[in-house]
Write a protein that binds this ligand. Structure first.
Ligand code: SF4
Ligand code: SF4
Length: 398
């Protein structure tokens, strides 16, 4: 049935009636289209674009091969289409050359680009092609580095800052996991020493707690916790490991585009008929002896709670609850007022140096906050030793 669907699928399309064939899929199709136009070979080529790729439309591919003298397969990654096409050709007793991955053609490595596809199509079909001269960039000033960073107002920034404060002076290992919070890797947050694979933060943390005398504070997101973090935590409780796990519960699966996870409040999405699994209940049911829920925008309280958890001998879990800033905005929740750096600022830049919120910028040597980016999370206001960072309305009064 699936094969029939694939044979009939409008996602698999044939274009042109030329004697040379190009079999492609995904983004490579767009590169092929551009290359065929630029090489002025549209009359000579038939393109089969596969959109329904499993199972493949065997009959359609065999008919396509029958009409071609020679075929080039353009697909990124493994030679799935290429090997399938060769098999189908053999089954249909066709002897035409089918090329794709080869030393002089496409690689299994890296992403393709239009220039590469154009060059290999020309080479495969023996067309004259002179690559354009490289653009002279010698007079272009160096582009400032813009490392990836957590969004302005991201609650992970607050949690990371608080964990660093709570573990000041301790020799701590910070395992991390897969999610936006892996960006804790970069300074000034520096709260991701390594990442092995999805869910590994709860498993490897137990190993570290046994293998070294250092404190171990591990991070995992809410979705990853449900996906593959629970078994590691069960193992840690069973073995009575000495560690702290911080579950960053931002109410959604943020990194991949706000998909729900079992802890998400589906009513907020106006979707009915769903249950909701409490992370705290799961953690307590596993038998974790020290469990605390923090609100990371309350900085002092959170630091105190994290200190207690880290000092606890055994498994402790901190659940840091605050909605992803982008998710909150997509839910159209009321916006907090943005903050502003008042003239009490003494310009020592603790805010910038410890948080690196992207809403900060420097103008004429002074720290400023971009009110369009600032979500009003108040994190920077709580760490400014001069109390110089104020909500916009308060700043206006001063
Ligand atoms: S309040 Fe401060 S930390 Fe929060 S988003 Fe605005 S500038 Fe960034
Ligand atoms: S921490 Fe406060 S006083 Fe220091 S630079 Fe930032 S805003 Fe200014």
């Amino acid at each position: 049935k699936a094969r029939e669907l694939s044979e009939q699928s409008p996602l698999n399309i044939i274009e042109g009636r030329g004697r040379w064939g190009i079999l492609c899929s995904g983004v490579s199709y767009n590169y092929v289209k551009d290359a065929v136009a630029e090489l002025k070979m549209a009359d000579q080529v038939t393109i089969l674009r596969i959109g329904f790729s499993h199972p493949l439309p065997v009959g359609m591919i065999q008919n396509f091969l029958k009409g071609c003298e020679k075929v080039l397969v353009v697909e990124e990654g493994e030679p799935y289409l290429e090997e399938s096409a060769k098999t189908y050709a053999q089954e249909a007793v066709l002897t035409l050359p089918i090329r794709g991955k080869a030393q002089d053609l496409f690689s299994q490595l890296y992403e393709y680009d239009p220039a590469m596809v154009r060059k290999h199509i020309a080479a495969c079909f023996g067309l004259a092609y002179t690559p354009p001269a490289p653009v002279d960039l010698s007079d272009v000033p160096p582009v400032p580095q813009r490392p990836p960073t957590l969004c302005a107002g991201c609650s992970h920034r607050a949690t990371f800052y608080e964990v660093r404060k709570a573990t000041e002076g301790l020799d701590t290992v910070f395992p991390s996991d897969i999610g936006c919070y892996t960006l804790g890797l970069l300074p000034p947050l520096s709260t991701a020493d390594y990442l092995l694979c999805m869910g590994s933060s709860t498993g490897t943390v137990g190993g570290f707690s046994k293998a070294c005398d250092r404190k171990v504070v591990s991070f995992i997101g809410d979705s990853t916790f449900f996906h593959s973090g629970i078994p590691g935590l069960v193992n840690a409780v069973f073995n009575n490991h000495d560690l702290t796990l911080v579950i960053l519960d931002n109410g959604t699966t943020a990194m991949t585009g706000h998909q729900p996870n079992p802890a998400v409040d589906m009513a907020q999405l106006k979707l009915e008929g769903y249950g909701r699994v409490s992370i705290e209940s799961v953690v307590r049911a596993i038998g974790v002896p020290h469990v605390t829920v923090i609100k990371p925008y309350k900085v002092k309280k959170s630091i105190d709670a994290i200190k207690e958890a880290v000092a606890f001998k055994g498994v402790s879990v901190i659940i840091s609850q605050e909605l992803c800033a982008l998710y909150a905005s997509s839910l159209k929740l009321p916006r907090r007022k943005p903050f502003h750096v008042s003239d009490k600022c003494r310009n020592h830049r603790d805010c910038m140096d410890h948080l690196a919120c992207p809403a900060f910028y420097v103008w004429e040597g002074r720290i400023k906050i971009d009110a369009n980016l600032c979500t009003g999370c108040a994190l920077c206001a709580q760490i400014c030793p001069e109390n110089a960072i104020l909500p916009v309305k308060d700043a206006a009064k001063k």
